[in-house]
Design a binder for this molecule. Structure first.
Ligand SMILES: [Zn+2]
Length: 434
């Protein structure tokens, strides 16, 4: 007796009528495990990105030589984990981050398509013969209704024949909404390079052409991931400042972007995450998370970045730590020809907020009680304020800037002498006091 199985493993690929169920199982499992490792670790963003490009993207490279990547894989979420941000950027934006000083991500789907394209031209070149055989068989054995629509394998197979995958790639992915345009450009480019002579699989021209896969990757990336990142950032910033209306005619956004140049990718991401409303505030994360009120003690406002943009208490704390802080929100959030120091202080406030937020989450039993659902108790505020100041100071020291020593007595003393007794005034009037 022997058992008939619907699929079998051969040299790392699966073959058989139900190969589709298992073909990507190994790589996808590895991918998920490694993304989880990144999530569990606390590595710097630059290191996470390096791990992503060198240990996660290549997981797919072997199988992708013969089979197209399934549409069910969303690489966006892996990249979210690598930069430790909520879902605030479009897929295309991730690949534009490096242009403004952020980390450079490699695309899994484009690498896979490029590998399949290269295989069809250089590595496995006998597929036209296999297609001929399949078509011959299909003509003889398949019902006419199926064969007439171009199907060349029986309907109980859950994947297309490998030969057909290669044929599609060779023809520039005409059936793929994602790559059809880039595929056409790629083929045109190769034709031009070959003096407009048609290129057959295994031709001397492609055999000798080095960097074919890289060329394919670049052309596919440029044609598919080309959304305007700057415009999108501006839209997100406008939404963040709502109900205040930003006058973009007075904001030289390009100069804001160039101000990021001297910083490393981790710090650049702190500013980008601020502009893109990607702080991991409890209301931004949503879901099962507990939503706290303003962590610095305002009443009836939730813990969200839209509030912190104009939060009078965060402003007071920030101003205490950085005495030259502007009273204008656009200036202090880096939208008004920011200097190097402006950007550094945004990074400091970013780190200080996240340290405070982590402290609050870790001590949920203290901060999450029912009587604090609308406003933190004074005792809790003292804790969040000192946690903020401590983390601010630590980040400032990394930038080699010094900040005043924080104690509650010091800040009250400073506030009374410097700004009058407006400590607990309404949030609308407070930031306008000179
Ligand atoms: Zn507040």
């Amino acid at each position: 007796m022997f058992k008939v199985k619907p699929l079998a493993r051969l040299l790392g690929f699966y073959i058989g009528p139900q190969a589709g169920t298992m073909m990507w199982h190994g790589p996808v499992t590895k991918y998920k495990d490694r993304i989880n490792d990144i999530k569990r670790g606390c590595a710097a963003i630059a290191l996470n990105c390096h791990t992503y490009n060198t240990r996660i993207v290549p997981v797919f490279s072997y199988v992708s030589q013969l089979a197209p990547l399934p549409n069910t894989l969303h690489e966006l979420f892996g990249m979210c984990s690598a930069i430790r941000a909520p879902n605030a950027l479009r897929e295309s934006d991730y690949y534009a981050l490096h242009k403004i000083g952020g980390p450079k991500f490699r695309s899994i789907s484009a690498s896979c398509a490029a590998a399949l394209f290269r295989t069809s031209l250089v590595t496995v070149t006998s597929w036209p013969l296999w297609i001929q055989q399949l078509e011959e068989c299909a003509k003889q054995c398949l019902p006419y209704v199926q064969h007439s629509t171009g199907i060349i394998s029986p309907p109980h197979w859950d994947t297309d024949p490998i030969a057909l995958n290669l044929k599609n790639a060779y023809n520039g992915f005409p059936n793929s909404p994602k790559w059809a345009e880039g595929g056409a450009l790629l083929i045109n480019k190769l034709l031009t390079l070959n003096n407009n002579k048609p290129i057959k699989p295994g031709d001397k021209f492609v055999q000798c052409k080095s960097g074919l896969q890289k060329l394919a990757y670049n052309v596919l990336m440029n044609s598919h991931y080309n959304l305007d990142f700057h415009k999108h950032m501006k839209e997100r910033i406008s939404t963040l400042f709502h109900p205040f209306i930003l006058n973009w005619n007075n904001i030289q956004f390009d100069s804001c972007i160039s101000a990021l140049q001297p910083f490393n990718s981790g710090n650049v991401m702190k500013v980008i995450k601020t502009w893109m409303n990607a702080w991991t505030t409890s209301s931004r994360m949503g879901g099962a998370h507990h939503i706290y009120p303003c962590l610095f003690g305002c009443s009836d406002v939730t813990d969200r970045l839209g509030h912190y943009i104009e939060c009078p208490r965060l402003f007071t704390l920030w101003k205490y730590m950085h005495r030259n802080l502007s009273i204008h929100a656009t200036k202090r959030w880096g939208l008004c020809s920011p200097s190097k120091s402006d950007i550094m202080h945004i990074c400091c406030v970013f780190s200080a907020y996240h340290a405070t937020s982590a402290h609050v989450k870790q001590n949920h039993e203290i901060f999450g009680t029912l009587d604090q659902s609308k406003q933190l108790l004074i005792s809790s505020q003292r804790r969040t304020w000192s946690s903020f100041a401590e983390a601010y100071d630590a980040t400032a020291r990394d930038f080699e800037i010094s900040s005043p020593k924080y104690t509650l007595a010091n800040i009250i003393q400073w506030h009374v002498s410097y700004e009058g007794n407006n400590f607990y005034n309404g949030w609308r009037t407070f930031p306008r006091i000179p």
